[in-house]
Every structure is written in structure tokens, then in C-alpha cells.
Ligand binder design. Structure first.
Ligand SMILES: Nc1ncnc2c1ncn2[C@@H]1O[C@H](COP(=O)(O)OP(=O)(O)O)[C@@H](O)[C@H]1O
Ligand SMILES: [Mg+2]
Length: 228
């Protein structure tokens, strides 16, 4: 039974998948047994044979050289590029959280360090119908995970990062750290964002990632210590 870490972001497209791939690759390059799992992907590309291509999972698979199939890496794949709850409504294929938990536990049993990527930001509705009202943070609580936040380094990130941390804390989800993405060393505003987020929240920025970075500049032992 491995340890796990949940990757959330301050929003969609902030670089969760990009950074997650570097995280899994960093652990694997250090000789650790690291894997990836995502509950639901929407906005998947339809291939010529009619199947759906789960871009996030397949990107991490390629960068981190994972051997799993798409089906093992992600439980629900939707074509519509909308929130999973709406994509599921459109497809009449709601998320069954018992299936998610089963797939998550299977992935956790197969690896020592499992990185689970969230969809969107932390307030991402996963299922919203007559029977169930489930937001991503409910799933993180159910799976008892700690969260690492990917935030863009640029303008507006203090607000987005602090609100995300406040919300995680309010829901009792342990915040394990922050990674600032598309960070430019020496940029006066980005350096200030770095310092202000740490000062306001008390949460450490554990690494920064620059545009086009092909490796995560972080000690593998420190990275592994974020998993519980
Ligand atoms: N540090 C980076 N350098 C280069 N491209 C990046 C970087 N971070 C993100 N991107 C690109 O930005 C887009 C959105 O990033 P992605 O990781 O898919 O975001 P998310 O998973 O949070 O939705 C993708 O095309 C990704 O390749
Ligand atoms: Mg992603």
C-alpha cells in the first residue's frame, strides 16, 4: 500500500498536468516507484476509431514513462470540454464514487507514491443530480488526501492561492505545499508573489517551475515526504 498526494490548482489550465508529470518523473528518476491517477477528465479528444483520448493522463504517462493503460490511469473520460458534472449530465454517465475509490485504491496498491491530479480548481463539481451533490473537495476528503497546490506565478496569484488554501483548511484538507508554475527568477512581482503567499498563509512554496522546464528542481526525498 503506497502513499498518496493530491494535486490541485488555483484554476484550470494553471499547469497541474505539466507539473504533475515533472513530479512523477522526478520521483521515478530517483528510483522511486511513482504512479498517477485521475478520477475524471473532460474535454477529451475523440480519435478516428471513436475512442476518447485522455490527454492529461497520456501526457504524464509519456513524460514519466508509466506502463499503465489509459483505463488504469483515469476512471471517467468525457468529450465535452466542460466541468465533469456537466459533461456527465450531457453523456448520461454520472461518476460512481465507489468506482473511483476502487480504482484509486488499486493504483495506490500498485505504487509506493501515487500522485492524483484533480480536475479544474478545488471547487470543481463532479456530480450534481437528484441523488448526489459532490464537489472535488468531497472526494479529497473521502480519500483522506493531503493537497499540493499548483499556482501560476503571475499577476492575480496571491488572491487565487490564498483563497484555495483557506478553502482547503476550512474543509480540513491538509495543505502540503505550493508549486509556482511559469516562474521567472528575478521578476520583481513574481518574487513578491512567492514571498507574500508564504507570509499570508504560512504554507511553503516547495518548488518553482519555469516555462518549458523539463525537470523539477527539487530534492526527491523532500518531494517524497509530501506523500502520506
Ligand atoms: N511550465 C510550463 N512550461 C510550458 N508549458 C506549460 C507550462 N505549464 C503549463 N504549460 C502548458 O499550458 C497548458 C495548460 O497546462 P496544464 O498542465 O494542462 O494545466 P491544467 O492541468 O492545470 O489544466 C498546457 O498546454 C501545458 O503544456
Ligand atoms: Mg490537467
Amino acid at each position: 500500500m503506497g502513499k498518496a498526494l493530491f494535486i490541485t490548482g488555483t484554476g484550470t489550465d494553471v499547469g497541474k498536468t505539466y507539473v504533475t508529470a515533472l513530479i512523477v518523473k522526478r520521483l521515478r528518476d530517483a528510483g522511486l516507484d511513482a504512479g498517477y491517477y485521475k478520477a475524471a477528465i473532460s474535454g477529451a479528444e475523440k480519435l478516428e476509431d471513436g475512442s476518447l483520448y485522455a490527454g492529461d493522463a497520456m501526457y504524464v504517462k509519456e513524460i514519466a514513462e508509466l506502463t499503465e493503460t489509459q483505463e488504469e490511469l483515469v476512471s471517467y473520460v468525457y468529450e465535452a470540454a466542460v466541468s465533469p458534472h456537466l459533461a456527465a449530465q450531457i453523456n448520461n454517465d454520472p461518476i460512481d464514487f465507489d468506482v473511483v475509490e476502487r480504482d484509486f485504491r488499486r493504483a495506490l496498491a500498485a505504487h509506493d507514491y501515487l500522485t492524483m491530479e484533480g480536475s479544474g480548481g478545488i471547487i470543481c463539481p463532479l456530480r450534481w443530480d437528484k441523488e448526489h451533490h459532490v464537489i472535488l473537495d468531497d472526494l479529497v476528503r473521502r480519500l483522506k488526501l493531503g493537497a499540493l497546490i499548483v499556482a501560476d506565478a503571475g499577476l492575480g496569484t496571491i488572491n487565487a492561492a490564498v483563497l484555495t488554501i483557506e478553502h482547503l483548511r476550512g474543509r480540513g484538507i491538509p495543505v502540503r505545499g505550493i508549486i509556482l508554475n511559469r516562474f521567472h527568477e528575478g521578476d520583481i512581482m513574481e518574487e513578491d508573489n512567492y514571498a507574500m503567499i508564504e507570509e499570508i498563509t504560512g504554507v511553503k512554496i516547495v518548488a518553482t517551475v519555469g516555462s518549458g522546464d523539463e525537470a523539477l528542481d527539487m530534492d526527491a526525498k523532500k518531494l517524497a515526504a509530501l506523500y502520506e
